[in-house]
Design a protein around this ligand. Structure first.
Ligand code: CA
Ligand code: CA
Length: 222
């Protein structure tokens, strides 16, 4: 298959052939199909990025960005949740202190330190809106009804109180429940001098209630 003849351009009719030998009489003597043995006219393979590759990388990038976004959302909502929890803790402690103070200053009798379902008890049962403590200065008693729902002032973006961006928030998404129960002594009898006080504060966040409970024993004696 030596190339004794003139090496001419491929004929247009033979586009699938890379090269052709044309004899002196102008007739094709050999055709050389494009293949690895005849690389000089084989076009370079297409380089660059195919559509599939672009779509794949866009997909992977989207997944990665979504993961980052989810982490940020979770972080922000947990920050918000922490703040709500702190408020709830503060409101439960305030209630606890109001009872201890009233007991210590003898503003209320031992018999009154019970739920209203027990004769003489003054503490409303079940969850109550968080209002001011009323004339008696004690949380969750009937005189709270005339008080407005409490508000709390948050420092706002600058982190300082007393500036224009302070945020006053109503505690209308909060409720507080005080449960006072008897404690049994070692003889399995109701201890006449000690009761257990459980204060649960709950708050609604995205239509879901979250709650926090504080409990303490309270003794007849200050
Ligand atoms: Ca009260
Ligand atoms: Ca501020």
């Amino acid at each position: 298959m030596g190339r004794t003849a003139l090496d001419g351009e491929p004929a247009a009719d033979y586009a699938n052939y890379a090269d052709a030998d044309v004899g002196l009489n102008g007739q094709l003597s050999h055709l050389h199909p494009r293949n690895s043995r005849n690389p000089r006219l084989i076009p370079k393979p297409m380089s660059g990025i195919s559509l599939i590759e672009v779509m794949m990388s866009a997909f992977i990038l989207t997944i990665a960005l979504m993961a980052i976004a989810m982490t940020m959302v979770r972080g922000m909502s947990s920050m918000f949740y922490t703040q709500e929890q702190l408020i709830a803790k503060q409101k439960s402690r305030e209630a606890l202190e109001s009872v201890f103070t009233a007991r210590s200053t003898q503003n209320i009798t031992w018999a009154q330190i019970q739920n209203a379902t027990v004769s003489g008890g003054i503490f409303l049962t079940d969850f109550q809106p968080i209002r001011g403590m009323g004339a008696d200065g004690i949380a969750n008693t009937s005189d709270d009804a005339s008080e407005p729902i409490e508000t709390i002032t948050l420092p706002g973006n600058d982190g300082k109180f007393g500036t224009d961006d302070d945020e006053v928030r109503s505690l209308d998404q909060y409720e507080r429940k005080i449960t006072i129960s008897n404690v049994l002594n070692s003889q399995k009898q109701v201890d006449p001098d000690i009761r257990e006080m459980t204060i649960e504060v709950r708050f609604k966040l995205n239509n879901v209630w979250h709650s926090l409970t504080v409990s303490s024993y309270i003794s007849r004696f200050a």
